[in-house]
Write a protein that binds this ligand. Structure first.
Ligand SMILES: CCCCCCCC(=O)SCCNC(=O)CCNC(=O)[C@H](O)C(C)(C)COP(=O)(O)OP(=O)(O)OC[C@H]1O[C@@H](n2cnc3c(N)ncnc32)[C@H](O)[C@@H]1OP(=O)(O)O
Ligand SMILES: Cc1cc2nc3c(=O)[nH]c(=O)nc-3n(C[C@H](O)[C@H](O)[C@H](O)COP(=O)(O)OP(=O)(O)OC[C@H]3O[C@@H](n4cnc5c(N)ncnc54)[C@H](O)[C@@H]3O)c2cc1C
Length: 667
């Protein structure tokens, strides 16, 4: 046994846990929403651990693509056979946790069935359609996906090429892919698994195009699973991540579907072809808003996992001997290491707490929509688009920082970083490419700026800061006395300034060039305004949450929340220094604040990441193991390599052996 192990655990990690100044269980409950939620998490975990059906034969990194799809399919069927183990109505909480424990990050052929197909049925069907389709989808007698993106268009939905042309003589729609670029491309589970899809196509009726609309379409025969006549589909091949999912392509050749295949909660086509428009033109985009809202928690969970792995590993890894003869120190003691890892942990918290907010807001929207009220839609569209963009970008960068902080072992798939990155970084693209979504936020901000300039502003709370008359200089005197209100005030100043800077640039450009060119020429500044708007929201949400925490937890979490804010300010100091809003000495104070927070977090870092309550089963990382015994586990993990099945592999006999033999004979 290694000299670093005592009572089964690594001695350094045990020492770290003894340093905790707070109760980890209490912290976990606070993070996850209360004792009851934590208790349920443990019950779900015990259930998953006790069920042999959920086990992978070997770590999935060692499986081929086909084996991954097969293993994922096996597990998701077992998992969904057992959904009575969780509260099915709580997808955001129990559902996502259950899935993450069983399925990991490789995704699976039913991911789109649950994340988009079912929600689209729930959100976009009329009562009759709901009765027809929902029970089948819930029972899994059909498997569906969401087919919107095409080879040629993903962002610009108004130019999708798949057509659905209404034929009143048969009361059918004719689905057609007129070009190669009209091929649906990307939908998860489309390639080999789904037999149905929500297909988004340009609706034509009475000779007029009414824009993209969703249709429920049968793609494969229910018995043979062969593609229907007029339907061509398959897998799009391996991707950066999520290779357990058969993302697919799909083409239609004048494929007929009944009129009632059009989802008609909001828009309708009557039997004679008369089109009835929805109350709000973007109601058909509702499922995207839903997914953007829930993916914030998913991203936070991935970044939290990366920070957990990096923190635990940094506690057990010893390298370097600052005082010769005193032995090597834990790499977590290096300030540079803390500076790399702790801001990622802080971000993960910030994102998680924002995820709770957007979940609540989305629930409010759903409630309002049932009463026909669409007022909240623009605000939620802007917030979910902005959060999705900032959070997924910071998550991707943060995971990479965590990987780098683990040195060479971080590069091994044993660390889980490649899987975490491959899975999470998709979020920068899917559900709307990040920059495009930031520009959607900008449209909202431009309107707020316009109202403010006109003096007619009655802005929603979320952008109320835009119409405030702020201070001309920061009121920061010393970091110790830098209050939550002051921090917010300073961030509001920079966000407001950027909003107006972008707005003025746009308005000025509009005087000289066409509106679309003016927009394009201002778009970098507009996207920056959106980022500041979202960062401000994230800081506010985080500080507000910590303010309300019980005292024992607040004492710790305040340093994490302040680190999040100080890191943002100090890494964008130029924005704060502009026009003398802050002085260089104030920026120096904030930088000192960052270092103070790092020092405060250092002794409790392991306990903080423990509080996220990741089980080894969920982390799936050799470096992040709770017991800290990474070296033994790395050696054991490597034994799974296919190359280790024999001492001498056939390739040697075929190539390397003859090469060396030949060379030897010539010496
Ligand atoms: C775990 C793994 C799961 C992976 C799942 C991944 C699944 C997928 O990726 S599915 C495909 C997702 N695809 C996308 O997200 C496409 C992104 N594109 C879009 O959403 C839109 O086309 C978009 C927003 C860029 C532009 O839409 P378009 O219809 O051209 O809008 P446009 O005519 O310019 O009008 C914009 C107006 O609509 C509003 N709007 C746009 N979308 C919405 C919406 N969803 N809700 C409310 N309002 C909206 C805007 O606020 C704007 O309002 P205003 O004019 O008042 O400023
Ligand atoms: C892992 C994964 C899973 C997916 N799953 C699904 C699925 O299940 N179903 C489905 O339908 N789709 C799915 N997609 C597709 C995804 O939604 C699209 O890829 C995404 O919406 C981006 O569209 P695009 O690929 O056309 O990118 P593009 O729009 O071509 O983006 C390319 C570049 O152009 C820029 N750009 C484009 N338009 C503008 C603009 N107006 N202003 C400024 N810049 C612009 C973008 O910022 C980006 O830098 C998935 C994608 C991935 C990666």
């Amino acid at each position: 046994m290694s000299r670093w192990i005592q009572n089964g655990d690594n001695v350094d990690i045990t020492k770290e846990r003894k340093n905790a100044t707070f109760n980890t269980e209490r912290m976990s409950a606070w993070i996850h929403g209360g004792d009851e939620v934590l208790k349920r998490r443990r019950e779900i975990l015990d259930y998953v651990k006790s069920n042999p059906d959920f086990k992978d034969p070997i770590p999935v990194e060692f499986l081929s693509r086909e084996e991954r799809v097969s293993n994922g399919t096996r597990k998701i069927v077992k998992m969904t056979d057992n959904t009575d183990q969780i509260d099915g109505a709580d997808f955001f909480g129990e559902g996502m946790y259950f899935q993450s424990l069983v399925m990991g990050r490789d995704l699976h052929p039913l991911s789109l069935h649950y994340i988009m197909f079912l929600p689209t049925l729930q959100g976009q069907t009329d009562d009759e359609q709901l009765d027809e389709w929902l029970p089948k989808a819930i029972a899994r007698s059909i498997v569906g996906t969401y087919a919107q993106t095409e080879l040629g268009h993903g962002t610009n939905l108004s130019k999708l090429e798949t057509t659905a042309t209404y034929d009143p003589s048969t009361q059918e729609f004719v689905l057609h892919s007129p070009t190669i670029t009209a091929a649906k491309w990307w939908p998860g589970g489309l390639g080999k698994s789904s037999n149905h899809a929500i297909v988004v196509a340009q609706l034509y009726t009475k000779g007029q195009c009414k824009g993209p609309h969703p249709f429920i379409v049968q793609l494969r025969d229910l018995e043979t699973h062969k593609p229907m006549k007029g339907v061509r589909l398959g897998d799009i091949g391996p991707k950066l991540g999520i290779n357990g999912s058969d993302n697919g392509f799909l083409l239609f050749d004048k494929y007929r579907i009944p009129r009632k295949a059009m989802l008609m909660r909001y828009s309708k086509v009557q039997p004679d072809g008369t089109y009835i428009a929805p109350a709000h033109s973007k109601l058909g985009y509702g499922t995207m808003v839903f997914v953007r809202s829930i993916m914030i928690k998913d991203q936070a969970t991935q970044l939290g996992a990366a920070a957990t792995i990096a923190t635990r590993y940094s506690a057990v890894r010893r390298q370097g001997e600052p005082v010769v003869g005193n032995g090597e120190i834990q790499i977590l003691d290096y300030q540079t290491q803390q500076y790399r890892v702790f801001p990622q942990l802080a971000r993960a918290f910030a994102f998680l707490f924002a995820a709770y907010e957007i979940r609540d807001l989305y629930l409010r929207l759903t409630e309002e929509l049932t009463h026909g009220n669409t007022e909240l839609l623009p605000e939620i569209h802007a917030l979910s688009s902005g959060l999705k963009s900032v959070v997924s970008w910071d998550t991707a960068q943060g995971i990479e920082q965590c990987r780098l902080s683990c040195g060479g072992h971080g590069y091994s798939q044993a660390s889980a970083f490649p899987e975490i990155y491959g899975y999470a970084v998709g979020g920068c693209t899917y559900e709307g490419e990040n920059l495009v979504m930031l520009l959607q936020v900008a449209r909202y901000l431009v309107k707020a700026a316009e109202e403010t300039r006109k003096g007619t502003s009655n802005l929603a709370e979320i952008c109320g800061y835009i119409s405030k008359t702020g201070r001309r200089t920061s009121s920061l005197t010393s970091i110790a006395n830098y209050t939550t209100d002051q921090i917010i005030e300073d961030l509001e100043h920079v966000a407001r300034k950027q909003v107006f800077h972008a707005y003025d640039k746009l308005k000025k450009a509009q005087q000289h060039v066409k509106p679309e060119d003016a927009w394009n020429q201002s778009s970098v500044e507009l996207a920056k305004a959106s980022r500041w708007h979202v960062r401000l929201y994230l800081v506010k949400t985080f500080l507000k949450k910590v303010d309300k925490a019980p005292e024992d937890l607040k004492k710790v979490m305040i340093h994490v929340a302040r680190l999040y804010a100080f890191d943002i300010i100090s890494s964008s100091s130029g924005n704060f220094l502009e026009e003398g809003y802050m002085r260089p000495d104030q920026i120096t104070e904030i930088k000192e604040g960052v270092y103070e927070c790092l020092a405060k977090i250092r002794p409790v870092a392991v306990s903080l990441v423990d509080s996220w309550d990741y089980d080894d089963l969920e982390l799936k990382s050799v470096l992040g193991k709770r017991d800290g015994n990474v070296y033994e586990a790395l050696l054991q993990w490597a034994q799974n390599s296919q190359l280790n099945k024999s001492d001498v592999i056939p390739t040697f006999e075929k190539y390397l052996g003859p090469m060396m033999k030949d060379a030897r004979s010539k010496l």
